[in-house]
Design a protein around this ligand. Structure first.
Ligand SMILES: [Zn+2]
Ligand SMILES: [Zn+2]
Length: 175
């Protein structure tokens, strides 16, 4: 197995204890080394002020500058994020992934039940990291790599684990 390290980077004061719980989940799902790093406040220029959203694409290129190419960088934050990718005009999203990393925001997952919020956050993080490893979407509804199609109800139907089929693909990728 390749020794890929997953770094969870906490931006704009994302809670450290929450990140440690996500870290445990990453380790148990993927069996990789995962570390939590306290990040910093993101520059103002990353935000679309009138919408109060931070552009995920900007965070992605920001993290890419720190990446040695052997690690996966996962940005975590509570602010609303959006993307300009695929022709979307600052479309609000849960998470965004690219080859060497991903960005996840808790903003659109919040529930009065903080436990449910945490589970959603873990699921979306595991899903986006799966993409960063090279996994595509899976048709199995319970699989974590099922496409949430931007709906939180779909995320709630998924289980925390990857299905046997995706597991086999992942094994080949990580070999
Ligand atoms: Zn996806
Ligand atoms: Zn699957």
């Amino acid at each position: 197995m390749k020794s890929i390290i997953v770094f969870l980077i906490l931006f704009n004061g994302f809670n450290f204890e929450t990140a440690e719980l996500i870290q445990k989940q990453v380790v148990s799902t993927y069996g990789v080394t995962c570390m939590v790093i306290n990040g910093h406040d993101l520059p103002e220029r990353f935000s679309v002020k009138k919408m109060n959203r931070i552009v995920a694409d900007s965070i992605v290129s920001h993290m890419d500058k720190m990446n040695d190419g052997k690690s996966i960088y996962v940005g975590l934050l509570d602010d609303d994020i959006c993307t300009r990718a695929r022709g979307y005009q600052y479309w609000g999203i849960f998470g965004y992934s690219y080859k060497s990393g991903c960005v996840i925001s808790s903003y659109r997952m919040k529930d009065s039940d903080s436990k449910l919020t945490l589970i959603r956050l873990m699921k979306v993080t595991i899903h986006e990291i799966g993409h960063s490893f090279g996994l595509g979407h899976c048709l199995t509804p319970s699989c974590i790599m099922n496409d949430a199609e931007k709906k939180i109800s779909t995320v709630d139907k998924e289980e925390m684990s990857i299905c046997p089929k995706c597991k086999r693909v992942l094994q080949i990728i990580l070999e």
